[in-house]
Design a protein around this ligand. Sequence first.
Ligand code: 6PG
Length: 248
Amino acid sequence: MRPLKREVLVFEDTRLLIRDLLKRWVALARAAIDENGLFNAALCGGCTPVEFYRQLSRLQNSSLWQKTHLFLTDERFVPPDDEESNFGMIQDSLLSRVDIPSANIHPMVKDPGDVCRACGEYAEVLQKHFVYPKNRFPCFDLILLGLGEDGHTASLFPQMPYHQDSPDTVVPVSLPRLKHKRISLTLSVINNSRHVLFLIMGAKKSRIVKDIIEGKKACPAACVNPIHGQLTYYLDKEAAQRLSPRKS
Ligand code: 6PG
C-alpha cells in the first residue's frame, strides 16, 4: 500500500470551509496553468458541492476560466435538463455564471441512449484532451469528490467491482438501488490525478468519515489513494465529529 500523502482539514462552518477551498482552487488553477497552460478539473455531483460551485462562480477572473477545462466525475444517465443531472446542477450553479468557453466544458451524457456507448465516447474525450499512452490514464490537476454514507464516491459503489487497477477510464453503473443508470470515472483515473479533494459536510457523514480516515472500512472511497498526488479531506465540524482529535 502506497504511503498516503494526506491532509484532513476541519472547519468550524461552511463559510470558512468554502473560503479556504476557493483559495485552494485558485492556487491549484494558477499552478497548473503556469506549468502546463491549462487547469483540468473533474467535478462531482450531489448536494454538498452546490454552494461551493455558486461561490466559485463569483470568481470572475476570465483569464483563469479561459484556461480551465471542466469534466465530471460521474453522471446519472438522464438528459441535462433533468433535475437528477449532475451536469444540469453544475450548469445552473457555476457554468451559466462564468465566462468559460463552451469548448472547455465536457459533459458526460449528451443524449441518454446507450450507456456503454456514452462511456466509450467519454473515454475518447479524455484520450483526445489529455493525450496519454493507451495503457495509461489521464492526469487531472484536481478531482473533487463527495462521499456517500455507504462509502461510495463518484458513482463507484460498494456493490460493484470497483478494484483499483481497472484498465478502464470510464465505466457504466447499473444497480437495483439506483433510480438511473450512471457512468463514472474509475479509481484508476482518480488515483492518477495530482490532487484529489473530498468535500464532505454534515453529521450524517461522520460515521463513514471516521471509518475511512481511520482505515476501518473497505469501500470505493477508502481506495482513493493518489499514486503521485495529494489527497485532502475538507470536512465541516459535523462531518468530523467522530474523529479522534489527532486525526483532524
Ligand atoms: C452523485 C455524486 C455522488 C455524491 C455522493 C454524496 O452523482 O451523486 O457524484 O458521489 O458525491 O453521493 O452526495 P451528497 O453530497 O448529496 O451527500
